[in-house]
Design a protein. Structure first.
Length: 113
């Protein structure tokens, strides 16, 4: 039984492994990207270490982070607010959004496609 508990991570621990904030992890849980394995009697989420590592290894975290940031920006959020939401600098967020805009323009999603 203790092996089962050793395999479970608190949101703070899972977020640290993924390089995101716990609020981002909670949003992903709501969206179904990474669902908690269990909820404690107190209602706290616990994640399986293997699932967290699989998400990290698959590279979906960075891609999802960038897509989420671009979506908020397209909804009218200022770059500084998007950067604060994800806990990154203004300059880094600006580079991410420029890259996402270029990708979307190239695939035709932003230009009258």
């Amino acid at each position: 039984m203790s092996a089962d508990f050793d395999d479970l991570l608190k949101p703070r621990e899972a977020a640290a492994l993924l390089g995101v904030r716990t609020t981002t992890l909670a949003r992903w849980a709501r969206d179904g990207l990474l669902k908690p394995a269990v909820h404690t009697p107190g209602g706290h989420r616990r994640y399986r270490r293997g699932e967290v590592l699989a998400v990290r290894a698959a590279g979906t975290v960075k891609r999802r982070f960038e897509e989420d940031a671009a979506r908020l920006y397209e909804q009218g959020w200022p770059i500084r607010r998007v950067a604060a939401e994800f806990g990154v600098s203004y300059g880094m967020m600006r580079r991410i959004l420029v890259k996402q805009t270029a990708l979307r323009t190239r695939t035709g999603r932003m230009e009258g496609a």
